[in-house]
Design a protein around this ligand. Structure first.
Ligand code: PAF
Length: 312
């Protein structure tokens, strides 16, 4: 595994790999790696000749007063993990080289960037789109991999790649969860033991909404209120949003469509802001939380239904 810190060196290495016809798979991260990242890296390894992981805590995606300074960092541990995963290259640029004092160019994906989390984290997605563009120009990947926990980020980057004609495929990777269904996140490290237990209500609230939608309830407002009441009754009082939206446009829905919808939640517990979602697209469910084997049962039920409908 080679650790590269200079932009020029990474660009030359990427160019060399491309000349040798190697397929470059890229996994951008902000470090403090967990099983969720490892799943993404393993997916990348399956279809790439060479895997590059970047570790860069990107200041431009943190709004004023957010946790840029205190965001968890552990370079030594991250590098050990990546070495064990047999990653080929780790790109760890210096913040001053990524953003010179006279930095002036930003990428915005208008509309999509203002919805859901965008409303509560002004400038966040502009920072994400900008740094990912820069990383794409440095690492020159053929394929880039992103976790579906950050579903809005995935939708925005997909649109950016399409609109700006990046010759890069974006591959989504499903969320990895703890036993109680809570999505893995570097920010879970902010939670006390008690707060971590409370977080267990987040995936349950998503499942509750999903069940209501699949049972035929169409009134989005009603479902959102039930889910919010559930969260509050489980000591989660600080809810940024619980939304039911179109999975492509992220536009909130008044009437739920049981074959196409995004159920997304963002809450604050102690110092942590946690997000999670379930996506239903063309009748297929993604990111389904698994709680006590429940997701397995759900999949069985889905298969049974498809069999009855005569779908192979
Ligand atoms: O998802 C993340 O970890 C970050 O938003 C990303 C894509 C690495 C950009 O900084």
């Amino acid at each position: 595994m080679e650790v590269i810190r200079k932009i020029k060196v990474m660009q030359e290495k990427a160019e060399d790999l491309r000349r040798k016809k190697k397929k470059i798979g890229f996994v951008p991260t902000m470090g403090y790696l967990h099983e969720g990242h490892l799943k993404i890296i393993r997916e990348a390894k399956k279809i790439s000749d060479v895997v590059v992981v970047s570790i860069f805590v990107n200041p431009t995606q943190f709004a004023k007063g957010e946790d840029y300074e205190s965001y968890p960092r552990d370079e030594k541990r991250d590098l050990e993990i990546l070495r064990k995963e047999r990653v080929n290259f780790v790109f760890m640029p210096d913040v001053r080289e990524m953003y010179s004092e006279d930095f002036k160019t930003f990428v915005e994906v208008s509309g999509l960037q203002d919805k859901l989390c965008g409303e509560f984290r002004p400038g966040h997605f502009k920072g994400v789109a900008t740094v990912v563009t820069k990383l794409f120009n440095i690492v020159k990947p053929h394929v880039a991999f992103f976790g579906l926990k950050d579903y809005q980020q995935y939708v925005i980057l997909n649109k950016m790649v399409k609109d700006l004609n990046f010759d890069i495929k974006i591959k989504p990777v499903e969320t990895v969860r703890d036993k109680d269904g809570v999505a893995l996140s570097s920010r879970n490290s902010y939670l006390s033991e008690e707060e971590r237990k409370i977080a267990g209500a987040i995936p349950k609230s998503l499942l509750l909404a999903k069940d209501l939608i699949l049972q035929g309830e169409e009134d989005a407002e009603k479902i959102k209120n039930i889910a919010k009441e559930f969260l509050i009754s489980h000591n989660i009082n600080n809810i940024d949003y619980f939304e039911i939206a179109d999975p492509d446009t992220l536009e909130p829905k008044r009437k739920c469509d049981s074959r196409n919808c995004l159920i997304a939640v963002a809450v604050r517990i102690g110092k942590a802001r946690l997000i999670d979602n379930i996506v239903i697209k063309n009748g297929k469910i993604y990111n389904l939380p698994k709680i006590d084997g429940r997701a397995e049962k759900e999949k069985e039920k889905e298969k049974e239904k498809e069999k009855k409908r005569g779908v192979n």
